[in-house]
Design a protein around this ligand. Structure first.
Ligand code: ADP
Length: 161
């Protein structure tokens, strides 16, 4: 049986920390769906189309990775695409409380879908999208923090503002 996992997130923008979790999850599961959140009440920096485009370019060489987007309940989307597992990444302790809450709520909503956590690589333990955006906005070097396609999108966004 093919085991599909889903890695949901805002990916606003995707970082090397996300990419690391993506690559490692794709080794553990037969098929990985990277699912970009398009929550209508959340305000994003990049449009959902842009976040999907960036991720598609990042994973283009990986045959068992797919990129999609979703709105509404994650567990419903997971069930629709036959994912048996939700992947989430954990950095410092500060991630834990929020992630536990989310995982327990998702389990309450659908007991068939489990959440599995993957620990960040030490190189990325303090890397988050909002910090990358801020440094890029101020013109700082983020070339070793994000895939080159993301650097390109950030430059374009900030130069055109
Ligand atoms: P969300 O808004 O859903 O938290 P993010 O795009 O910030 O979306 O993150 C998606 C998932 O990836 C979360 O589980 C988050 O903890 C994890 N993550 C984010 N940055 C890193 C990183 N540098 N290393 C490992 N996991 C990360």
């Amino acid at each position: 049986m093919m085991r599909t996992a889903i890695y949901p997130g805002s990916f606003d923008p995707p970082t090397n920390g996300h990419f690391d979790i993506i690559k490692r999850s794709a080794k553990v599961f037969d098929h990985l769906i990277v699912a970009v959140g398009a929550n209508s009440v959340k305000k994003y920096f990049f449009a959902v189309e842009e976040r999907v485009e960036m991720l598609k370019e990042i994973v283009s060489e990986y045959e068992n990775i797919e990129v999609s987007c979703f709105d509404g309940l994650l567990v419903e989307y997971a069930a629709k695409v036959n994912a048996v597992t939700i992947i989430r990444g954990l950095r410092a302790l500060s991630d834990f409380e929020y992630e536990l809450e989310l995982a327990l709520m998702n389990r309450h909503l659908n007991r068939e879908v489990d959440t599995i956590f993957m620990m960040t690589d030490e190189r990325y333990s303090f890397l988050r999208s909002s910090l990358v955006r801020e440094v890029a906005r101020l013109g700082g070097d983020i070339s070793d923090k994000v895939p080159s396609v993301v650097e390109r999108y950030l430059k374009r966004k900030f130069n055109s503002q």
